[in-house]
Design a binder for this molecule. Structure first.
Ligand code: 3PG
Ligand code: MG
Length: 367
């Protein structure tokens, strides 16, 4: 990818380093639910500390819309970071200033004041052309941190040199947000399974009834395009689903969901079909849950797929957000080869092959 790495920085001894991390972690009642994004920054922090750098980290947290908001204070993150790396300072939420999302040059100047160099380890935010992501490389010697470099290496390697059979399993609720990635993957994979509520737009495209399930009618034609396209034999669409009906009754339906019922998980027949190719897969990419796994009644499809991905001998990659949360919830993260810290960023990298944050680093004066 041609990114400047930590080794390409001037000697950091005694220098002030601005570290952009993605510490946008899930927090409930002031408690961090999953600290993966904090621990994942440690290799970079340790590398810099071993070389005597003075590190100040910065990150966004949530979407406070350009104004201070106690709800999005970095305090819980600062507390966790203090345990892991006591000497690292952490700035307040970058998005408390409207200049961050607006990529305001004045905010960039304020941000970098007093710093000698910049490290971007915020893979999960590198699809955002925000001030702290794209601004500093124009002004300071800059490098990709270890996490950012690894994410890029794994995800681009997956697309450019996958071991076959290459199986992709996509889920989540909105087919509209996955169209680009389906497009990018369909020629590269051997099988592409579609789970989650987004399968119902494919069902509509096949003329099947979906009851009250979530659909995006504007995307039916795009789904038809894939179902009739040259790679149609690679597509795996659910044949049965678990649905909830009147009085919260839960039932499996084969081939169609009646009115008054809403599909919320893939069914047992579909699960078997999806996990079958995983056994001999060379590469697996999984992004998006198979159903509403937060509710135990609709978690089975996601649990079974997660376990099959973990069991597989192939190189397994789980793309951030909800599927990473599912993997952590079921305690399977250590049996997956790479759990990405990026949700939107991992999808955009697969789709477009580049991100604004990477482009900015490549243009840095020391690159
Ligand atoms: C994420 O969690 O997807 C990243 O931290 C980016 O956050 P954003 O979607 O609010 O820009
Ligand atoms: Mg997001």
């Amino acid at each position: 990818m041609g990114l400047p790495l930590l080794e390409d920085l001037p000697d950091p001894r005694g220098k002030k380093v601005l570290l952009r991390a993605d510490f946008n972690v899930p927090i409930t009642n002031g408690h961090i639910d999953d600290d993966l994004r904090i621990t994942a920054a440690m290799p970079t922090i340790e590398w810099l500390q071993e070389r005597g750098a003075d590190i100040t980290a910065c990150s966004h947290l949530g979407r406070p819309n350009g104004a201070p908001d106690e709800k999005y204070s970095m305090d819980p993150v600062r507390e966790r970071l203090k345990q892991l790396a006591p000497s690292v300072e952490l700035m307040e939420n970058l998005r408390f200033d409207p200049g961050e999302e607006a990529n305001d040059p004045a905010f960039v100047d304020k941000l970098i004041r007093g710093f000698d160099m910049y490290v971007n380890d915020a893979f999960g935010a590198s699809h955002r052309a925000h001030a702290s992501v794209v601004g500093p490389p124009k002004k300071l010697p800059s490098a990709a941190g270890r996490l950012l470099a690894k994410e890029v290496e794994v995800l681009t390697g997956l697309i450019e040199r996958p071991m076959h059979p290459f199986v992709a399993i996509l889920g989540g609720s909105k087919v509209s947000s996955k169209m680009g990635v389906i497009e990018a993957l369909i020629d590269k994979v051997d099988h592409l399974a579609i789970g989650g509520a987004m399968c119902f737009t494919f069902w509509l495209a096949q003329g099947m009834s979906v009851g009250d399930s979530l659909v995006e009618p504007d995307w039916v034609d795009a789904c038809k395009g894939f179902l009739d396209g040259p790679s149609k034999d690679k597509l795996m669409i659910p044949t049965d689903v678990v649905a909830m009906g009147p009085d919260e009754e839960v039932k499996v339906f084969n081939g169609s969901v009646p009115d008054g019922w809403k599909g919320l998980d893939i069914g047992p027949e579909t699960t078997l079909a999806f996990i079958a190719p995983l056994e001999r897969a060379g590469t697996i990419l999984w992004n998006g849950p198979m159903g509403m796994f937060e509710d135990p009644r609709f978690q089975e499809g996601t649990v079974d797929v997660a376990e099959a991905v973990a069991d597989s001998h192939g190189f397994s990659v789980v793309g951030g957000g909800d599927s990473a949360a599912a993997v952590a919830k079921f305690g399977l993260q250590f049996r997956i080869d790479h759990v990405s810290t990026g949700g939107g960023a991992s999808l955009e990298l697969i789709e477009k092959g580049d991100l604004p944050g990477l482009e900015a680093l490549r243009k840095a004066s020391n690159a």
